[in-house]
Design a binder for this molecule. Structure first.
Ligand SMILES: Cc1ncc(COP(=O)(O)O)c(C=O)c1O
Length: 451
C-alpha cells in the first residue's frame, strides 16, 4: 500500500503556504520541554495507519512546533534563511529519488554533480580536481583525513595502522570534527596537535612549524595539516600560503576546511584570504551554510584527479557494472546509497549565477558591519573582537551571555548562541541570511538590551 503522489500535491502546497505565514506570525517558536511536546502531539507509531487527512493534520502540528530557521529572528547557526530555487531543486530530488552511485541510476544528475564539483574545484584554484558530495562538512573532513592517513602510511588502506604514531595539526579554533575524524581514522584525538592562533583567530605558521619539528624529533609521523577558511566562532581565515609552504617543505597532506568560509570566495574583498588555497591537497566546502542551500550539501574536493577513487573505490560487481567508472560517483564515495545533494545547489546557482552569489556575500558582509557599528556605538554593548567575516562576538553590560541567550529564546524574541572568545563568554551572532533586514538587526539588539 502506498499514498499516491497525486493526493499529496494539494496538501503539500497548503502546508507550505500555511507554514510561510506561520513563520511570519511566530518567528520564534514557544520553548517547550520534550515532555510538553510529547503531550501535545501524538508522536508514537501505532499498529493502525491513519488516513492522509489525519497525517496532514499531524504534520501541521509538527511544523508549528519546529524551530524556524528561516525567519528574521534566527541568528543561531552558520546556516539560516531559505532560497526558493534551492528548495525547489531539493523537493524534486526527493520526488525523483535517485541514488548517486551509478550513471545508470543517477543519469543526468551525475553530470550535474560533476559540473558543480568541477566548477567548485576551479573556484578553489584547482585545475584538474575531482570531488564528491558527502553527508556534511564533518564527514568531508573525515574523508580528507582518511586519504591523508593512507598517503602517509600506504599499507594502512589494506592492513590498518600498526605502531605508527601519526599526528594531525589544526588550529585551536578549528572545528571539533577534526578531533572526531582523528578518532575515526584510528589516529586518535590526542594526536591532533592544537596550534596557537593570533589575536584575530588565525593559525600561527611559526607555531605550526615548531610543533612539526618537535614531533619529528620525537619520532612521530606528521600526517595532515588542517587549515581553516572561516573558523566556526570567529569566521577567521588561516594564512593558507604560509601553511602550504610548511606542508610542502615537510611533505605533509594539507587539507583546508572551508566548510563555512569557502563561499566567501564569491566576495572580491575576501580574495586575499583564498591566496594559496589551490595548494591544498583537499578542501571541504559546504554549500548548506552561507550559500543558502538546504542541509546537507557538502563538497569534498581534491587537487588531483584519481585520488578519491584510489582511496574509496571498492569492487562490487552487483553495483558497478556497465558505465565507465568515471561516471559512477560511488567509486569515489564513502557511501553506497547516496542522496542527490547536487540538484538543490545547481538550481540555486543557476538561478543566482556567480553575480547573484557575489551580491549575496556582499549583503551578508554589509549586515555584519551594520551590526558591528551598532555594538561599537552603544555604551552597553561591547565588541569582543573585530568581525573577520560574518561572525560578531559581543557582550551586554550587566548580563551573562549564556543567560541572555536562554532568556531571549524563552521569551521568543530571537534565537542566538554564545561562545568563548579569548577566554570571554560572548554572544556569537552570525549574519548568513540575506533576507535579514537592518530593522531585524535593530530589533535583535533592542531585545538584547531589554531581554
Ligand atoms: C569550520 C567548520 N568545519 C566543519 C563544520 C562541520 O560541518 P557540518 O555541520 O556540515 O558537518 C563546521 C560546522 O559548523 C564548521 O564550522
Amino acid at each position: 500500500m502506498h499514498t499516491p503522489m497525486s493526493e499529496v500535491i494539494e496538501p503539500l502546497v497548503m502546508l507550505i503556504r500555511e507554514h510561510l505565514q506561520n513563520e511570519v506570525d511566530c518567528p520564534v517558536r514557544p520553548v517547550l520541554s520534550p515532555e510538553q511536546m510529547r503531550a501535545q502531539i501524538d508522536l508514537d507509531i501505532h499498529d493502525e495507519g491513519l488516513p492522509l487527512g489525519d497525517v496532514v493534520n499531524l504534520l501541521r502540528q509538527v511544523l508549528e512546533a519546529t524551530p524556524t530557521t528561516a525567519s528574521g529572528s534566527f541568528f543561531n547557526q552558520l546556516f539560516a534563511g531559505r532560497d526558493g530555487a534551492a528548495v525547489l531543486g531539493d523537493a524534486l530530488a526527493s520526488l525523483l529519488n535517485n541514488s548517486m552511485y551509478t550513471f545508470k541510476v543517477g543519469g543526468v544528475q551525475v553530470l550535474i554533480e560533476m559540473a558543480l564539483l568541477d566548477r567548485m574545484g576551479r573556484m578553489m584554484g584547482f585545475t584538474e580536481s575531482e570531488g564528491i558530495f558527502t553527508p556534511g562538512g564533518s564527514l568531508s573532513n573525515f574523508c580528507a583525513m582518511m586519504m591523508a592517513r593512507n598517503e602517509a602510511v600506504p599499507d594502512a588502506h589494506d592492513n590498518g595502522l600498526r605502531d605508527e604514531r601519526l599526528r594531525v595539526y589544526s588550529s585551536q579554533d578549528s572545528h571539533y570534527s577534526i578531533r572526531k575524524a582523528a578518532t575515526m581514522t584510528g589516529i586518535g584525538r590526542n594526536n591532533v596537535v592544537s596550534i596557537a592562533v593570533d589575536n584575530r583567530g588565525r593559525m600561527v605558521p611559526a607555531a605550526l612549524e615548531t610543533a612539526i619539528q618537535a614531533d619529528l624529533d620525537a619520532g612521530y609521523l606528521p600526517t595532515m595539516i588542517n587549515a581553516t577558511t572561516g573558523t566556526t566562532v570567529l569566521g577567521a581565515f588561516d594564512p593558507l600560503d604560509a601553511i602550504a609552504d610548511i606542508a610542502e617543505k615537510y611533505g605533509i597532506w594539507m587539507h583546508t576546511d572551508a566548510a563555512y568560509g569557502g563561499s566567501m570566495c564569491f566576495h572580491p574583498e575576501f580574495d586575499e584570504h583564498f591566496a594559496g588555497i589551490g595548494r591544498s591537497d583537499s578542501i571541504t566546502w559546504d554549500a548548506h551554510k552561507i550559500m543558502g542551500v538546504p542541509l546537507i550539501c557538502s563538497a569534498l574536493i581534491v587537487r588531483k584527479k584519481g585520488l578519491l577513487t584510489k582511496h574509496f573505490d571498492e569492487k562490487a560487481t552487483y553495483l558497478f557494472q556497465d558505465d565507465s567508472e568515471n561516471f559512477n560517483p560511488g567509486t569515489r564515495s564513502i557511501q553506497c546509497g547516496r542522496r542527490n545533494d547536487g540538484l538543490k545547489l545547481w538550481s540555486a546557482w543557476k538561478s543566482h549565477g556567480n553575480t547573484g552569489y557575489q551580491k549575496r556575500m556582499e549583503r551578508l558582509r554589509h549586515l555584519t558591519l551594520f551590526a558591528r557599528d551598532i555594538v561599537v556605538n552603544h555604551p552597553d554593548l561591547n565588541l569582543a573582537i573585530e568581525p573577520e567575516s560574518l561572525n560578531l562576538g559581543f557582550t551586554v553590560n550587566g548580563v551573562a551571555s549564556d543567560e541572555l541567550c536562554t532568556l531571549l529564546h524563552e521569551k521568543q524574541r530571537v534565537m542566538v548562541g554564545h561562545a568563548q572568545v579569548q577566554g570571554q563568554l560572548v554572544v556569537r551572532v552570525v549574519f548568513v541570511n540575506p533576507e535579514v533586514t537592518e530593522a531585524n538587526i535593530q530589533s535583535f539588539f533592542e531585545a538584547c538590551l531589554n531581554p
